[in-house]
Design a protein around this ligand. Structure first.
Ligand code: SF4
Length: 324
C-alpha cells in the first residue's frame, strides 16, 4: 500500500481506548477529558476484522495504544485475535506500565511480541508529581515482568521538556543502558498550539487527543496554513449557517486541545442567541465538546502565497488529487 508520495504504508497504530489510569500533567487535565462513548468505540471483533483487511493490503506491523490500553477490559483477547492474523510480523503495545506486572505474562502467551513503556524519570517523587499520583515502583515491576516474560526488546519512551540532556532524561538513559533497553526521547507537547510531541504526532502513550485536525481531518476538510495554524474554512458551505446568522465566511482555528477560535466575517455582530446556536451547530458538526470562542473579523487572513480564495482553490485541487 503506497501513499501519494510513494511511501510504503505498512504500520498500523490502534488506539483501543481514550481512558487512562494516570493523569500526566503534559497530557491531560487532572479531571481527565471528555470520553468517547463505549458505543462509538470499535469492538475487538471489529478491530480484528479491520486489521485482517489491512494485513491483506500490506500492513505487517501493528501497535496497540490508548490512552492506556491495559485498562480496556479483556485486552488479552484482542491480542489473541490480532496475533492470529496472517501477514503480521510485529505486534507490540505501548503502555504506561502501571498494570504491566499483572499483564506481561498473559500478553506474551496471547502472542504479543514486545512493549514500549513510558518513563520520564526514575525519581519516585517526580514520577508522582508528573503523573499526578502514579507509583513508579509499579512501573519498574512491570518492566521487570515484561523482561521476564520475553516481551523484547523493551523500548522506553521518555518525555523531555527540551532536550535529552535534562537531569531526569540522563538518569533514565543510564537506567536503560544498564538494563539494555532502547530509549526514545520525545519533546513535550505544546498545549498552546495543540501540537503533540515531536515524534509520530502522538503523546508517548499514543493517546489520540481530541484535535480539530484529527476530527475534521477525517472529513477531508481541514487545512494547515504555512504558519502552522490548522483551520477549517467552510466559506463554501455556509448554507447551513445562514439559518443561524448572515455569516459570509467562517474559519475555525484550533488554539489548544480543547479550544477553538471561530473567526467570522459577518455584516453585524451575532447576538447571544445566534452565538449559542452557532456553538451548538459547530459542536454537532464536529462531534466533540470543544469550547468555541467567537471572534468577529473584518476578513479571513490570506495565506502567505496569495489570496485566500487562491489558496482554497489550490487546496481543493489538492484534495481532489488525494481522492484519486
Ligand atoms: S501520557 Fe500516557 S500515561 Fe500519561 S496520562 Fe497520557 S495516556 Fe496516560
Amino acid at each position: 500500500m503506497y501513499d501519494r508520495h510513494n511511501r510504503n504504508i505498512h504500520y498500523l497504530r490502534i488506539s483501543v481506548t481514550d481512558r487512562c489510569n494516570l493523569r500526566c500533567t503534559y497530557c491531560m487535565p487532572e479531571r481527565g477529558v471528555p470520553l468517547i462513548k463505549h458505543a462509538n468505540i470499535l469492538s475487538y471483533e471489529e478491530i480484528a476484522s479491520f486489521t485482517r483487511i489491512a494485513a491483506a493490503n500490506g500492513i505487517d506491523k501493528v501497535r496497540i495504544t490508548g490512552g492506556e490500553p491495559l485498562v480496556r477490559k479483556n485486552i488479552v483477547t484482542l491480542v489473541e485475535l490480532l496475533a492470529r492474523i496472517d501477514g503480521l510480523i510485529d505486534l507490540s503495545l505501548t503502555t504506561n506500565g502501571i498494570l504491566l506486572a499483572e499483564f506481561a505474562g498473559p500478553l506474551k502467551d496471547a502472542g504479543l511480541r514486545r512493549v514500549n513503556v513510558s518513563l520520564d524519570t526514575i525519581d519516585p517523587g517526580k514520577f508522582r508529581e508528573i503523573t499526578r499520583g502514579g507509583d513508579l515502583n509499579r512501573v519498574l515491576e512491570g518492566i521487570d515482568a515484561a523482561e521476564n516474560a520475553g516481551l523484547l526488546p523493551i523500548k522506553i519512551n521518555c518525555v523531555v521538556k527540551d532536550s535529552s540532556g535534562e537531569p531526569d532524561a540522563v538518569l533514565v538513559k543510564a537506567f536503560c543502558e544498564r538494563r539494555g533497553f532502547h530509549v526514545r526521547f520525545i519533546r513535550r507537547m505544546n498545549l498552546e498550539t495543540g501540537d503533540y510531541a515531536e515524534a509520530g504526532g502522538a503523546c508517548p502513550c499514543g493517546r489520540a487527543l481530541p484535535t480539530l485536525a484529527r476530527i475534521v481531518g477525517r472529513k477531508r476538510n481541514m487545512f494547515v496554513l504555512p504558519s502552522g495554524e490548522r483551520f477549517w474554512p467552510f466559506a463554501f458551505k455556509v448554507g447551513a449557517l445562514n439559518a443561524i446568522a448572515p455569516i459570509r465566511q467562517i474559519q475555525l482555528v484550533q488554539k489548544t486541545t480543547r479550544r477553538i477560535e471561530v473567526r467570522l466575517v459577518a455584516p453585524r455582530p451575532l447576538d447571544g442567541s445566534q452565538q449559542a446556536r452557532l456553538r451548538a451547530h459547530l459542536a454537532s458538526v464536529i462531534g466533540h465538546p470543544f469550547e468555541f470562542d467567537i471572534v468577529p473579523v473584518a476578513a479571513i487572513p490570506r495565506s502567505a502565497g496569495g489570496k485566500y480564495e487562491d489558496y482554497i482553490s489550490e487546496v481543493e485541487a489538492e484534495m481532489q488529487g488525494s481522492r484519486r
